[in-house]
Design a protein around this ligand. Structure first.
Ligand code: SAM
Length: 202
């Protein structure tokens, strides 16, 4: 039995995902195909599928989250993979979202590169991620994230957080063109997720 099996947790996690989806959807287009890397329970994508009904969403993850619904909306698909490279061809998606997932991977910079690879030139990339400026910030976000993820079954927690500066450098190296930057406080007021919108190089 995990805390994540409780009704109250499911209610809170649904509210969190709805808030994130409402924060990122103005940066997305209601057409084409979107990859949700590390979709987890897919609740963010499910809300997006209601806000953007013409968009086809495919979520991938290394686990099947215990709160992944048995039945997904008709414009949402989900599959698991081995967590190595993204199992899609170059330039096969119009848009991509990676939400609170990069720090769970063994190599965030590699997965950023992979996201650019699978996007069509000029495609939209949304990065939602926690970042830090100093060691105190890092201790806080890592501690909080570790606790929140221990409430769930099987979630890999390598916790590879990066500083704002490190992410800036990665975004520059990948020649991403930033179109927006905002933030969301999804669950508890003192948790802050940065939201970056980019277009991929043409
Ligand atoms: C904190 S959850 C976020 C889930 C969802 N994006 C959300 O915001 O609700 C992080 C997710 O990243 C997944 N993950 C870890 N490594 C991954 C990888 N290499 N590729 C894809 N997903 C990965 C985990 O299994 C987990 O479901």
């Amino acid at each position: 039995m995990f805390i994540a099996d409780l009704k109250f947790y499911k209610y809170l996690t649904t509210k969190r995902s709805q808030k994130i989806a409402r924060s990122v959807f103005p940066y997305l287009q209601n057409k084409g195909k979107l990859l949700d890397l590390g979709g987890g329970n897919m609740l963010t994508s499910i809300t997006l599928s209601q806000l953007l009904p013409e968009l086809q969403i495919h979520g991938i993850d290394v686990i099947r989250d215990q709160n992944l619904p048995d039945k997904l909306p008709q414009n949402v698909a989900f599959s698991t993979y081995d967590g190595r490279s993204i199992p899609f061809e170059d330039q096969s998606f119009d848009q991509a979202l990676v939400c609170s997932t990069l720090h769970h991977t063994t190599d965030p910079e590699f997965f950023m590169k992979e996201l650019v690879r699978i996007l069509k030139p000029g495609g939209i990339l949304i990065v939602v991620e926690e970042m830090y400026s100093n060691w105190l910030d890092l201790a806080w976000i890592a501690g909080l994230d570790w606790i929140l993820n221990k409430l769930k079954k099987d979630v890999p927690v390598p916790l590879n957080f990066r500083t704002y500066r490190q992410y800036d450098q990665t975004f520059r190296e990948l020649k991403l063109k930033q179109t927006a930057h905002s933030h969301v406080r999804p669950a508890i007021p003192w948790q802050r997720l940065e939201i970056y919108a980019f277009t991929s190089p043409t």
